[in-house]
Ligand binder design. Structure first.
Ligand code: NDP
Ligand code: 2IT
Length: 446
């Protein structure tokens, strides 16, 4: 297998899918050597079967808004690979959603889920529907119309969706409710459910907390204490807010948060009161960060800016969206003394930025390792649903922390170079790949 040849072929067969090509290129570059040590992989053309999704559902979602107007969106589910377990991955509702983005996310999810040590294959779904500014009723009607199309393709042992950008507990509740009505069974077909109907404690917190646990494991390899460290976070949704919450608990300083309109900078670190205000504003009031300085004039708001060039930080935790941190942002971070980047979002750093981080030999954890705590805890939710019981928050948190430690160990095992530097990108990609590849080989050509 030659990365350049596989990639050229995929680019020709699936043009205009830049995010998908970007994700595939990074994984192939990491695994090329290992893959070529196994001629049996090549004989079975494993690489193409691993890069091209098993199947994709695409459908129109028609619904009626509050003013009586008929609206049409596109809905998708990409079932990428189920070699090691049922398809598993979130649903994204955002105006930018297209097949390239969902294919990259489903591809990444396959390796991420493999790293969690749990039995989950990779999938992703979503719609170009934007929940922003919609009423509760509109959200509910949209979710019902979306599931009216998708419900036959999902199930507790087939494909288990969850949240992602624009999909939180409210949307999962509406989708699960309609799934239950259509399928006429109460099963663990979604994760991220409410606690009264099968949800798991700590699932809302899990991606952000898990990223902090992964970061602690990375810092420990260099004997660095998190206390007092300045951390720049992007985003202010599920992942970003629970990252900030755990960081404050750990004694770190959160110097930024952002949304798609701008960035809040806290030069001395957010106080607990400021954090809680932002958490409530974004989580419950569905407000904008531009409102924060009305209440806290000592904070700075920078419209249309991302955090990376605005403030000195020791650690960066991009937690908003793909390609939100580019080469010039990486230069600015490195120049300001940033020594660790741990990704809460999926593929937030551009290839140029990743290259700069690795060249600079800083601690750099790609999303598929660092943000795997979310889907890992989804796996724990599935396990609880199968047993029809619920574990305590302490139990789930302990398991989450153990899983993140294990993922870190896998990255070190496969990513440590002769000079001792750990290339977490290489480590995560090889570790994730090997398990899926072995399972695919054992199951024949499917
Ligand atoms: P949310 O919808 O809760 O929050 C998303 C945040 O990112 C919001 O602050 C949003 O701003 C901002 N954002 C979204 N799109 C853009 C954009 N195009 N440009 C700038 N800012 C943007 O999503 P999550 O917190 O769940 O997801 C964040 C990231 O983490 C995504 O990459 C997701 O794939 C990844 N992830 C999520 C997991 C989960 O369990 N939820 C698990 C693992 C990874 P605004 O409020 O203005 O829309
Ligand atoms: O990107 C991700 O890992 C998620 N959005 C969570 C997926 C899940 O099934 O919990």
């Amino acid at each position: 297998m030659k990365t350049s040849e596989v990639l050229a072929d995929l680019r020709m067969r699936f043009p205009n899918e830049p995010e998908y090509h970007q994700a595939v290129e990074e994984v192939l570059a990491s695994i090329e050597d290992v893959y070529n040590e196994h001629p049996e992989f090549e004989r079975m053309n494993l690489i193409e079967r691993l890069c091209i999704p098993d199947r994709i559902f695409a459908f129109r979602v028609s619904w009626v808004d509050d003013s009586g107007r008929v609206r049409n969106n596109m809905g998708y589910r990409v079932q990428h690979n189920n070699a090691i377990g049922p398809y598993k991955g979130g649903i994204r509702f955002h105006s930018s959603v297209n097949l390239s983005i969902l294919k990259f996310l489903a591809f990444e999810q396959t390796f991420k889920n493999s790293l969690t040590t749990l039995a989950m294959g990779g999938a992703k779904g979503g719609s170009d529907f934007s929940p922003r500014g919609k009423s509760n009723m509109e959200i509910m009607h949209f979710c019902q119309a979306f599931i009216a199309e998708l419900w036959r393709q999902i199930g507790p042992d087939t494909d288990v969706p969850a949240g992602d950008i624009g999909v939180g507990a409210r949307e999962v509740g509406f989708m699960y409710g309609y799934y239950k009505k259509m399928a006429r069974e109460f099963t663990g077909t979604f994760t991220g459910k409410g606690l009264t109907f099968g949800g798991s404690l700590i699932r809302p917190e899990a991606t952000g907390y898990g990223n902090c646990y992964f970061l602690l494991n990375m810092l420990a390899t260099r004997g660095i204490d998190i206390k007092g460290k300045r951390v720049a976070i992007s985003g202010s949704g599920n992942v970003a807010t629970y990252t900030a919450k755990k960081l404050l608990e750990l004694g770190a300083k959160v110097v930024s948060m952002s949304d798609s309109n701008g960035t809040i900078i806290a030069r001395d670190g957010l106080t607990r009161e400021q954090f809680e205000y932002i958490f409530d504003l974004k989580t419950y009031m569905r407000g904008r960060l531009s409102e924060v300085t009305d209440t806290f004039p000592d904070l700075e708001y920078h419209p249309n800016e991302r955090p990376w060039k605005l403030v000195q930080c020791d650690i960066a935790m991009p937690s908003a969206t793909q390609n939100e941190l580019d080469g010039s942002d990486a230069d600015a971070l490195l120049a300001s003394g940033c020594f660790a980047v741990s990704e809460g979002a999926n593929m937030p750093s551009t290839p140029e930025a990743v290259h700069k981080f690795i060249e600079a030999r800083i601690l750099y954890a790609p999303g598929k390792a660092a943000n795997a705590g979310g889907v890992a805890t989804s796996g724990l939710e599935m396990a609880q649903n199968s047993q029809k019981l619920s574990w305590t928050a302490e139990e789930v948190d302990r398991r989450l922390s153990d899983i993140m430690k294990n993922i870190h160990e896998q990255c070190v095992r496969y990513g440590r170079q002769d000079d001792g530097f750990v290339n977490y990108v290489r480590g995560a990609n090889i570790a994730g790949f090997m398990k899926v590849a072995e399972a695919m080989m054992a199951q024949g050509i499917l």
